[in-house]
Design a protein around this ligand. Sequence first.
Ligand SMILES: NC(=O)c1ccc[n+]([C@@H]2O[C@H](COP(=O)([O-])OP(=O)(O)OC[C@H]3O[C@@H](n4cnc5c(N)ncnc54)[C@H](OP(=O)(O)O)[C@@H]3O)[C@@H](O)[C@H]2O)c1
Length: 357
Amino acid sequence: MATIPPTMRALAIPSFGKPSTYGLANVPTPQITQPDEVLIKIHAAGVNPIDTKVAEGALKMAHKYTFPLVLGHDAAGTIVAVGSAVNSLKVGDQVFTRVPIHDAGTMAEYCLSTASATALKPEFMSFADAASIPLVGLTVLQVIRRAETQLGGLKGKTAYVPGGLSGVGSVAVQLLKNVFGVKKVITTLSTGKMERAKDLFKGGEGEVVYIDYTKENVSSAIGAGNVDFMFDTMNGAIESLPLIRKGGVIVSISRTPSGEELKKKFGSPPWFMVVVLNLMDQVTKWRAGRNGVNYSYLWMEADAKGLDDLGRWVGEGKLKPLVGRTAKLEDEAAVKSGYEEVYSAKGGVGKFVVEVI
Ligand SMILES: NC(=O)c1ccc[n+]([C@@H]2O[C@H](COP(=O)([O-])OP(=O)(O)OC[C@H]3O[C@@H](n4cnc5c(N)ncnc54)[C@H](OP(=O)(O)O)[C@@H]3O)[C@@H](O)[C@H]2O)c1
């Protein structure tokens, strides 16, 4: 068995800040302390907007962070140690995971996760592709399944997903039409991304309608009451209400979570934060309800079974991972430049993945 070094290389931030302040550092290698944990030697790690938000201190009132803080929630790699209660995975398994929040820190040579958050990586999938999937893939799956339940099925329905080549959007458009039987997916893109999107979404089931949001009036292009399900990826739920038919559904991942969601994730955030966020969520629900629309916010959960489904759909050609940009961990300038793009929420295509090995 390979020895696990006491320290490792990691992208660790010295204090809250923007990507220009990030840097590589030697930090202690995490160690298994819980029976359900696994220790993973990371081959590739995916970057998500939440990582830059955490780095900026957006959640510092809800959670106590210690520095240097290693960023990252997504990883693909090889298991090098398992806790005493882990039966489903073993040393040497190649896996992918969206780690639970308390194990965050995947932009490094090693990370911890739990067995229930870690799935075997299908052999046909590269480590970079596998690292691009967990957080966005699970988010999409959990959002779609909620909408499917609320609408009593999605077959033959019309869905609206802003940002078709964003990390979440690129997975959502594919799963809605290729797996969940949606008849029409309407998506928005900037001009330069149109052809790439058409190429990615060609074939399979269902129609995709492309709107250039930099040139067209999106609301006029979609038309009032034409959408059954809006996947609110870009914080546009309120202005999109007229587009949703009565009895339709909006699931948002981009507005503020409710206070209850925050409590579920972080245990005991300050009470006033819970009250304010609950109030904001209630107001959004009320405004949607006035239009006959069922609004809810979803904060994704780590889930190995969902990863199994996503891996299977990649194998069946129903989901093509979209890695738009890669960098080697040791290339600090390239890594920071990738994070800058994620932080700006402009210009990127699919996922930014950092190759550790
Ligand atoms: N609640 C949860 O559990 C959860 C989970 C995942 C993500 N999220 C949140 O969901 C949001 C999206 O995540 P993501 O990973 O998909 O982000 P992302 O990949 O970083 O999205 C960035 C892309 O969105 C496009 N974009 C920006 N504004 C747009 C607009 N108004 N209309 C259409 N496209 C637009 C940009 O494309 P152009 O260059 O073409 O403008 C940009 O490349 C983030 O706020 C993230 O934090 C929440």
